[in-house]
Write a protein that binds this ligand. Structure first.
Ligand code: BDR
Ligand code: CA
Length: 315
């Protein structure tokens, strides 16, 4: 069995690929998919998680809905990036995978308590569910092997000049996570912008010759349009799968230890992650911070996972 993980997500084009990577790669054992409001409302992100599971043939992993808004801030979604549905592009069939009735935070608590080994949490969304888990159930902290998250940046933001989307949406939750004392690995924009789905990647996905491969191409094509229009990128960055890849094989994502503080008050910088790479503040490091991606290893793992799931879904 692989490393036990739970993905906490807000699908989201790149979340969709993160789910597929986790479900299709044998190095991890995906215990659950939990959802939170972020890229779209909770209702939409949960529907999208069910859609992804349906088209990818992921039928044995519970999907549970969590928080429908940030801890303190009002909810800000990203329809301009991910579309009205949160997963615009492909036409999805009616999902056949249902969500379980348990709240995401309760499901995480239960799985952490019951699983024989400590579990790795992989949040690829605002950290609301994770912060609630840590504060409401502090007894499970020792059952978390680590939190490997997509969020923040060592550089600039993508939602404000200073803040990355996942941290920007719920800065108070991110602050709780970074101060929790649980081992945290941060995969921020500085590394996820190295995971660009260039035309050769799309050609490899198309070349798989499966329905799922084509769905991935349609997702990436929509995402490419957004990133071209909003940010002037020539290819879209697949942020969220980078966090999963770090768990699959730490060699794919190189990290250094550093102090990370979430700015909660700045008039122009609220939601920024202040990453002290050179130890100016004299605080002990509280996170591993991802700096570089081995692109070849990353894309090989992602495309293999989509191939595995696609072959399983349509044998
Ligand atoms: C993050 O924001 C979301 O739009 C993406 O799904 C990713 O998790 C990137 O800033
Ligand atoms: Ca996401």
């Amino acid at each position: 069995m692989g490393v036990p993980i739970i993905i906490d997500c807000d699908p989201g084009h790149d979340d969709a690929l993160a789910i597929m990577l986790a479900a299709g790669d044998p190095a991890v054992d995906l215990l659950a998919i939990t959802t939170v409001a972020g890229n779209q409302t909770l209702e939409k992100t949960t529907l999208n998680a069910r859609r992804v599971c349906t088209v990818a043939g992921i039928t044995d992993v519970p999907v549970a809905a969590g928080c429908d808004r940030p801890l303190v801030a009002p909810l800000r979604t990203a329809g301009d990036v991910h579309g009205e549905s949160g997963l615009d592009g492909p036409r999805f069939p009616e999902p056949t995978v249902d969500a379980v009735p348990e709240h995401a935070v309760e499901l995480m608590r239960r799985l952490l308590t019951e699983h024989p080994e400590p579990v790795t949490l992989v949040p690829t969304a605002p950290l609301t569910n994770i912060a609630l888990l840590l504060t409401r159930h502090p007894e499970v902290r020792g059952r978390i092997r680590e939190i490997v998250l997509m969020g923040g940046s060592t550089e600039r933001g993508n939602r404000t000049p200073a803040a990355e989307f996942n941290v920007h949406v719920d800065p108070e939750a991110a602050d709780i996570v970074f101060r929790s004392g649980v081992p945290v690995t941060m995969c921020g924009l500085n590394v996820t912008h190295q995971a660009l789905a260039t035309p050769d990647v799309l050609a490899r996905l198309e070349g798989l010759g499966t329905e799922l491969g084509r769905t991935c191409v349609e997702l990436m094509t929509f995402f490419a349009g957004t990133y071209r229009r909003l940010y002037g990128f020539t290819a879209p960055p697949l942020h969220d799968p980078v966090a999963v890849a770090r768990v699959l094989d730490p060699a794919i994502v190189h990290c250094v230890e550093a102090g990370v503080t979430v700015e909660l008050r700045g008039e122009y910088t609220r939601g920024a992650t202040v990453v002290d790479l050179h130890g100016y503040l004299g605080h002990p490091p509280n996170a591993r911070v991802a700096l570089t991606l081995d692109r070849d290893l990353f894309w090989d793992r992602l495309i293999n996972a989509v191939a595995t799931l696609g072959a399983r879904a349509n044998p």
